[in-house]
Design a protein around this ligand. Structure first.
Ligand code: ATP
Length: 336
């Protein structure tokens, strides 16, 4: 759906050149929710703005639905941009217009008949849960409600893609959750591909299918969210993962723990998370185990669990447990 091929972006500041993006190659599939995470200045906004060419890349191509946007003339580009909606951290609403006027704005520009505009606005208001607020002005709304207006306005031109620029960064945790739920809903109901940028791993975990981690203008890791979360490969990814409360990622922590047995980290995915797999495996041997740390959670809609256990018993029994867990499809790593 979205292909960024060999993208570099340089900004010319007064006395120097800032390289905001380099060697970016990224594909976002149709219908997925794709997250880009990185620290401030990593290049996330620039990357997002390159997708609809609000920023023109210095090098490289941007393909949307197979169409090379970088090769289009301004008029053709305007047309293609209608397929790409965008929402912003600070909502960017017209303060002198009501909720319904804000949503109708892009429709008026496209010169749709009044009746059609009214019907479309009504259905968008319902979708984002703001029908009762249609006559209010942005100053009368909460942050979450303002973002709902932003989302409705972005959806007015029936886009295939929604770009989200730190859409929940100005919101409290509860409102963030409700906006993320709304985005997930929109993705499922309307099949819209969502590309979002954030500096919060919690946002990625709540709704994304895949994630790219950015550092200093480059993508340093890409993968399924669960894979990156459970086995981050890059130091920056590890830092983001460690910020989420229930992450387990410190082998050093277990040195000196327990009674000298073998310490394993076991990863459960999907429905297996709720099965007594460990108990069933250990019971077939003479080994015993002590749980040192554990967590069960959800990544978008997928349950997963992590357990750190110390296995006690003969080498043969302990080997049998490790082999048994692996053959049942669990991921096992020996921490000590
Ligand atoms: N218009 C501009 N002119 C010059 N430099 C810029 C411009 N926009 C961004 N930059 C620089 O490009 C780099 C990447 O910025 P960008 O805003 O894309 O990062 P970001 O990851 O989105 O950060 P943040 O979360 O703080 O917005 C930074 O060094 C930034 O200072």
């Amino acid at each position: 759906m979205i292909e960024l091929i060999g993208i570099d972006k340089e900004y010319r500041a007064k006395d120097r050149i800032v390289t905001a993006l380099q060697h970016i190659n990224l594909t976002v599939e149709k219908g997925e929710i794709f997250g880009v995470i990185g620290r401030s200045g990593a290049g996330k906004s620039t990357l997002l703005r390159c997708v609809n060419l609000l920023e023109r890349p210095t090098n490289g191509k941007v393909l949307v639905g197979g169409q090379d946007l970088t090769s289009l003339k301004e008029g053709e580009l305007q047309k293609e941009r209608k397929r790409i909606g965008m929402i912003f951290q600070h909502f960017n609403l017209l303060s002198t217009a009501t909720v319904e006027q804000n949503i109708a704005f892009p429709l008026k520009l496209s010169k749709l008949p009044k009746k059609e505009i009214a019907a479309k606005v009504a259905s968008l208001l319902e979708l984002v849960g703001l029908s009762q607020h249609r006559k209010q002005y942005p100053s009368q709304l909460s942050g979450g409600q303002k973002q709902r207006v932003g989302i409705a306005r972005a959806l007015a031109s029936d886009p295939d893609i929604l770009l989200c620029d730190e859409a929940t960064s100005a919101l409290d945790p509860q409102t963030t959750e409700s906006i993320l739920e709304l985005l997930k809903d929109i993705n499922t109901k309307l099949g819209i591909t969502i590309l979002l940028i954030t500096h919060e791993m919690g946002v990625i975990r709540a709704i994304c299918d895949r994630v790219a981690v950015m550092d200093q203008g480059e993508i340093v890791e890409v993968g399924d969210v669960l894979d990156v979360f459970l086995k981050p490969q890059h130091e920056v990814s590890r830092q983001f993962v460690s910020e989420v409360a229930d992450s387990i990622d410190s082998s050093a922590f277990y040195n000196g723990a327990g009674s000298g047995g073998r310490i394993l980290r076991i990863i459960f995915r999907g429905e297996q998370t709720y099965e007594p797999v460990l108990y069933e495996t250990v019971k077939e041997t003479g080994a015993t185990f002590a749980i040192l740390q554990g967590t069960v959670s959800r990544m978008k809609d997928t349950p997963y669990g992590q357990l750190v256990v110390e296995l006690r018993g003969s080498d043969a029994d302990v080997d049998a447990v490790v082999g048994g867990l692996c053959s049942r499809g669990l991921e096992v790593s020996v921490l000590r």
